[in-house]
Design a protein around this ligand. Structure first.
Ligand code: FAD
Length: 416
């Protein structure tokens, strides 16, 4: 069983192949068994408890030292880095969707610190052994916060979380929603929230904040349908004080930074869920060869074979798009509509392919003793994660229209 096929393997230089194979082994030895174990726990508090194997997953992944995003241009040319980045995300998703997302989102504070260029922040938020998160969704602001472009007039209702300037510090008050991935276990956050300056002007901004502070408390780990190995929960702030230079995205830069963050996250989701779809197809191929009914294996039926090909065809199309988008984002300005197209295509593909796999498993497809019902649940969650797919489509349409027909009337996010 392999996460990537021989054609892809051949496109890699020896050292790149070694990286992919290390991640592949990690997916088989760690992500799959731990993901399956955590998925079956009835109480999500056990997933996030100090003794949970979840923490070992973070530690072991970090010890592999294989995150392609952290490689400099001198170490690997951008084209090669983009290719490797897409492959690594595919392999992580192939291992376990929820754990893959936990590992990927954990890098957000480090990434933002690097982009800030601030040595203090790079030292603090790039330090090894810290789990990161990206709180943006609020109890009263879900999809609308993704439309919102740095000015608060468009936000219906008050923000649930506000960072208010006080001298040379910001004071953070309020909460983020129960959907924050790694929310109950993270040490650090790339916190996107309303920011109020001393003159009263308010807009969306982003701060890098340490969460191991008495002014920060957490909610209960969320109990949900899919990606159950992914810890999620509220983060509450009660007067958390952070130094002014921790505001890495001021409101004036929020629209650009928000687009950049969403593009990068959606592009990573695209590759990750190509991996999830591939896992469903791999299971279906093995099962239809092994399952004997009516005197022969399922795969002897031509209808079964054409379904397997159809699954493969859709995965290849999603794979080509997601790799092209990661390459484009690495070489130029991150392409938000393209990244959204990648995320929507790959997650929809993963959902449909996992559903086909359940069908091919017959009754066993519904049983928790077999792997494909979990893949279907994991893929279902991805249609809402990082922006629900229908709303992401509206955001992409807005940007596309702005590029080709700037005079077109703006859609109203409150009434669409
Ligand atoms: C697995 C998972 C991981 C996540 N991780 C994070 C994370 O790390 N950090 C974080 O901050 N958040 C995270 N989220 C939250 C996620 O981004 C939100 O759930 C998503 O943006 C949708 O917001 P909502 O759930 O409040 O839905 P709502 O905004 O309440 O929308 C519900 C539905 O209404 C419809 N709708 C809403 N607005 C419109 C509109 N303008 N036009 C047409 N239809 C509309 C859509 O069908 C939408 O799906 C995660 C979610 C999931 C499922």
């Amino acid at each position: 069983v392999a996460a990537i096929n021989d054609w892809d393997r051949e496109t890699l230089a020896d050292d790149e192949r070694a990286v992919v194979e290390v991640v592949e082994q990690f997916a088989l030895d760690v992500l799959r068994p731990v993901g399956t174990h955590l998925d079956k726990l009835a109480d999500p508090a056990e997933v996030s408890a100090p003794a949970s194997p979840l923490f070992d997953v973070f530690a072991r992944y970090e010890s592999l030292g294989v995150d392609p995003a952290s490689l400099t241009e001198a170490e690997l040319a951008p084209e090669r880095r983009a290719h490797l980045q897409a492959l690594v995300a595919e392999v992580l998703g192939w291992g376990d969707a929820g754990l893959a997302i936990g590992l990927e989102v954990s890098a957000f504070p480090r990434l933002l610190a690097t982009l800030s260029g601030d040595p203090d922040l790079i030292g603090r938020f790039g330090a090894p052994g810290r789990i990161g998160c990206w709180p943006i969704t609020e109890p009263d602001h879900g999809s609308d916060i993704l439309f919102y472009r740095g000015h608060l007039e468009d936000m219906v209702g008050r923000p649930n979380c506000l960072a208010r300037r006080d001298g040379d510090q910001y004071v953070v008050q309020g909460q983020k929603a129960a959907w924050v991935s790694n929310g109950t276990i993270a040490d650090a956050a790339a916190l996107f929230c309303a920011v109020q300056e001393e003159d009263g002007t308010t807009g969306l901004g982003a701060l890098l904040v340490d969460l191991d502070d008495p002014a920060v408390t957490r909610g209960k780990p969320l109990d949900k349908l899919g990606q159950r190995a992914l810890d999620q929960g509220e983060v509450f702030f009660d007067g958390l004080r952070v130094d002014a230079h921790q505001l890495v995205v001021p409101p004036a830069a929020a629209a650009l930074a928000g687009d950049l963050a969403l593009a990068m996250a959606n592009a990573a989701m695209g590759s990750t869920f190509v991996g999830v779809a591939q896992a469903a197809l791999d299971h279906a191929v093995v099962y239809t060869r092994e399952r004997v009914q009516g005197g022969g294996p399922l795969v002897r039926h031509q209808g079964v074979r054409s379904r397997l090909f159809e699954m493969h065809r859709r995965i290849e199309a999603a794979r080509a798009l997601s790799r092209a988008v990661i390459l484009r984002n690495t070489l130029g300005v991150p392409d938000l509509p393209g990244s959204i197209a990648s995320k929507v295509t790959a997650t929809q593909t993963a959902f449909e392919v996992a559903n086909d796999a359940v069908q091919l498993f017959g009754g066993n497809g519904l049983s928790r003793e077999y792997p494909v019902e979990k893949l279907l649940r994991d893929a279902r969650a991805s249609l809402i994660e990082d922006g629900s797919n229908d709303v992401l489509g509206l955001i992409a349409a807005e940007r596309l229209l702005a590029a080709v027909a700037p005079d077109a009337p703006a859609a109203d996010a409150r009434t669409t």
